[in-house]
Design a protein around this ligand. Structure first.
Ligand code: FCB
Length: 478
């Protein structure tokens, strides 16, 4: 097996951030040490059967105790950026009220060590986890949560803003809403969760800028370009949402009970639900009409959209795949959509069941660039889970991961050439880690973690990434 050459087709701009990402619950462990409070994810792992195999983040990959080793591994990879999250429950156990000095000091130490190693820290304030005490007060259903979050965001910016320039408010609000436990029975509560997440983001941006207007604040969303499925089987044609149908004979031709126009409408709806439901309010200060016309209304109060529409300094994009949508017919005859997974289409995919589709990264970057006023963009996550094997020499020959990263970086190169303002790239993930409800089965790391011994080994893909970064940084200095 040969790895792709450590070159991308493009020379990336000088000062490009070459990073890797993690999230606190997935790596830290020490779930109740040094004054940390219980988080919603601690509670979920301990009290529900939702996490596969009964896995928990109690120890996770023990980053809380092994962080010096992890920073040194980042140096070995030559990273000049590291995206990590603060566990709110570690710094403020109940989400309001008293702060935990030991928790605050942990992130001080980490930040200082990163800076000493020449690694730019990028902080995410809520990567799904919140203090369980706030869930007990309604969590994201409760509008007060938006203020609690903003207070926390402002406090973190005041504490670390002298050393940390890049801040993300929330990671993937769509997933925070979907993973909310207990899942609200009442659809009105879900609409409230969705709205409050965006409002919390907007208030968070304002609170961080109030601490220091020079800080760069953004939201991290997982964006999936939405394509329409036209026909059946592996060779079925897909069309981009909104694309005019130009296939010979396609228009008006029926597939089952649906026309190609129905399929394109399904993709448009998927695009709204997954991407534009977040991008439109943030950049345009308004919800898409599909959301405004939905049967269940979001609890929007006067001024909310102006707050949500506070222009962020960057957009964080997590990119893994595209969504291929097929039409469904609702009882009233209207079209809705369903996600047609790659297994069903015979398309290449990862162990997460996500299609490998690098072109979608350029497409989504360009759509953000074009439709929302050329914002600065950080690719905050991108990576592949596969069943890595350790060979008899202790090596992990994960060519598929290098290929995956290379093909996606090439798409970023093309987007840069098209004028998009991409400032950095973080591979997901630095380390193999706990994949939320999927437990321990999904290895995404550039670094292999033996979950029994917690020993770390840089995979071949990590070396490949190291060489790529080195050649890019050298080129930008020459
Ligand atoms: C993203 C999450 C991240 C990780 C990857 C695989 O949606 O932000 O924590 O689980 O998926």
């Amino acid at each position: 097996m040969t790895h792709p050459k450590p070159t991308a087709t493009t020379a990336f701009p000088p000062h490009f951030l070459w990073g890797a990402a993690t999230a606190p619950y997935q790596i830290e462990g020490a779930w109740n040490e040094d004054g940390k409070g219980e988080s919603n994810w601690d509670w979920r792992a301990h009290h529900t059967s939702q996490v596969k195999g009964g896995a928990t983040g109690d120890v996770a990959v023990d980053h809380y105790h092994r962080w010096t080793e992890d920073v040194s591994l980042m140096q070995q990879l030559g990273l000049n950026a590291y995206r990590f999250g603060i566990a709110w429950s570690r710094v403020q156990p109940h989400g309001t009220g008293a702060w935990n000095p030991k928790g605050l000091a942990f992130y001080d130490r980490l930040i200082d060590a990163l800076l000493l190693a020449g690694i730019t820290p990028l902080i995410t304030l809520c990567h799904y986890d919140i203090p369980q005490a706030l869930v007990e007060r309604g969590g994201w259903i409760n509008r007060d949560m938006t203020q609690w979050f903003a207070d926390y965001a402002g406090a973190m910016a005041r504490r670390y803003g002298d050393r940390v320039r890049w801040w993300a408010t929330l990671n993937e609000p769509i997933c925070i809403a979907d993973g909310f436990v207990p899942a609200p029975d009442d659809p009105k509560d879900m609409a409230a969760v969705q709205h409050h997440l965006l409002l919390a983001h907007g208030r968070g941006v304002q609170a961080i800028h109030a601490a220091d207007p020079a800080l760069k604040v953004g939201l991290v969303t997982c964006l999936w370009p939405a394509h329409a499925l036209l026909g059946a089987g592996p060779t079925a044609i897909t069309a981009k949402a909104g694309e005019r149908l130009q296939f010979a004979g396609a228009s008006g031709e029926r597939s089952g009970n649906f026309t190609p126009e129905d399929a394109v409408e399904a993709a448009r709806q998927a695009d709204v639900a997954i991407n534009r439901a977040f991008l439109d309010p943030i950049y345009l200060g308004r919800y898409p009409t599909d959301i405004l016309n939905a049967p269940v209304q979001r609890p929007i109060q006067e001024g909310d959209l102006a707050t949500i529409g506070t222009r962020p300094d960057f957009m964080g994009i997590n990119y893994y795949s595209r969504v291929v949508a097929a039409p469904l017919r609702k009882p009233d005859g209207a079209i809705s959509w369903r996600w047609v997974g790659p297994a069903e289409r015979g398309a290449p995919h990862t162990t997460m069941g996500w299609e490998i589709y690098p072109e979608g990264l350029r497409e989504i970057i360009l759509s953000v660039h074009r439709d929302y006023g050329a914002p600065e963009i950080l690719i905050t996550e991108n990576g592949i889970a596969q069943e890595d094997q350790v060979d008899i020499h202790g090596r992990i020959q994960d060519t598929y991961r290098s290929e995956y990263l290379k093909s996606h970086l090439e798409q970023i190169g093309l987007a840069l050439a098209d004028g998009a303002q991409v400032r950095g790239y973080c591979a997901w993930s630095l380390l193999d880690n706990l994949e939320w409800d999927m437990g321990w089965g999904q290895r995404f790391g550039l670094i292999y973690v033996d979950y029994k011994t917690l020993n770390r080994t840089i995979k071949d893909s990590g070396r490949w990434y190291r060489d790529l970064i080195a050649s890019q940084l050298k080129a930008s200095h020459d």
